[in-house]
Design a protein around this ligand. Structure first.
Ligand code: PBG
Length: 332
């Protein structure tokens, strides 16, 4: 009988040797925990489609932030649910808006914790789109165009007000053309030339955002986001999107969602040198939670395997609703 010449199993024989040859390692410093802040007082309400994720009002926020800091997670990503919405999303760039207030509080409590501000209008507009719209009604049905250039001005105002409140990183998720250049110029002019932009460069028009839209109350009231977010079928277009953001001055690039887009993460990693962020979005979270609740999967192993896959694909940073869980699992 002939013996195998190559024996891969030699490097798998014990936990010790598997650890020694492991190529990809998750670390708590990789994670960003999203937080949803809402108006009102005494609010800590679980988001029904995202078990374990809550809406917090400003007076209940501290316990959540304490826990994040205690676990050693270096950054939070803030989303705001405002009391009032209008056509231009003015509570998004209000000096006393919910995101601005939360930012000031968190930076007062924990100056070292990085606050990343999601710069978009969809949570603040009454129509739920990420920019300014022009609507017209045909046979009782509302149609609308999301206007690119007028939206840039509103988004820039939003970013500057977030910077003034103390945000450490501006993360624009709106997918308007020229948004990085516009926001960079606005920040520089206001004296925030030192603040990095984490660009949601490659953001697909994805069904995986479903639970988030419940969480952020940001579902579009007419139409969809397909005229500004990318077609899930496209990979070469991802390179074009990332390239324009790099040329416009982005400091970090993002691919979103993550799980069904690991090839996109790898492609962006191979083509660009900037730090790369993967956004493990709401639907990816909810699917795991639902299956785990049924007892169909081992949640801890599934989550760590998914997050490891994102890093192996080339992500440096992972925005995930599992940050606290993962930090705990990695520690224990
Ligand atoms: C705002 C925004 C969205 C998400 C992050 N920023 C929603 C969207 O584009 O519809 C989704 C996050 C998630 O699903 O976890 N534009």
């Amino acid at each position: 009988m002939s013996f195998p010449i190559t024996r891969h199993r030699r490097l798998r024989g014990s936990a010790g040797i598997r650890g020694m040859v492991r190529e990809t390692m998750l670390h708590v410093l990789d994670f960003v925990q999203p937080i949803f802040v809402t108006y009102g007082t005494g609010v800590k309400t679980e988001i029904s489609s995202m078990p374990g994720v809550y809406h917090f009002s400003l007076d209940t926020l501290k316990e959540e932030v304490d826990e994040i800091v205690e676990l050693g997670i270096p950054a939070v990503l803030l989303f705001g649910i405002p009391e009032t919405k209008d056509a231009v999303g003015s509570s998004g760039f209000d000096e006393f808006g919910i995101v601005q207030e939360a930012t000031r509080l968190i930076k007062k409590w924990y100056p070292e914790l990085l606050v990343i501000a999601d710069t978009c209008l969809c949570e603040f507009t009454d129509h739920g789109h990420c920019g300014m719209v022009h609507t017209h009604t045909v046979d009782g049905v509302v149609h609308g165009d999301v206007l690119n250039d007028p939206s840039l001005e509103l988004l820039t105002r939003t970013a500057v007000s977030q910077a003034k409140a103390g945000a450490d990183i501006i993360a624009p998720s709106n997918m308007m053309d020229g948004y990085v250049a516009a926001i960079r110029a606005g920040l520089d002019e206001a004296g925030f030339e030192h603040l990095p932009i984490m660009a949601y460069s490659v953001k697909y028009a994805s069904a995986f955002y479903g639970p988030f839209r419940e969480a952020a109350d940001s579902a579009p009231q007419f139409g969809d986001r397909k005229t500004y977010q990318m077609d899930p079928a496209n990979l070469r277009e991802a390179i074009r999107e990332a390239e324009s953001d790099v040329l416009e001055g982005a400091d970090m690039l993002m691919v979103k969602p993550a799980l069904a887009y690991l090839d996109v993460i790898r492609t962006i990693r191979d083509n660009f040198d900037l730090p790369l962020v993967a956004y493990n979005v709401s639907g990816e979270y909810s699917m795991v939670k639902a299956a785990a609740k049924q007892g169909w999967i081992d949640e801890k192993r599934i989550v760590l395997e998914m997050l490891t896959g994102m890093k192996r694909a080339g992500a440096d940073i992972i925005i995930t609703y599992f940050s606290k869980d993962a930090a705990r699992w990695l520690r224990d």
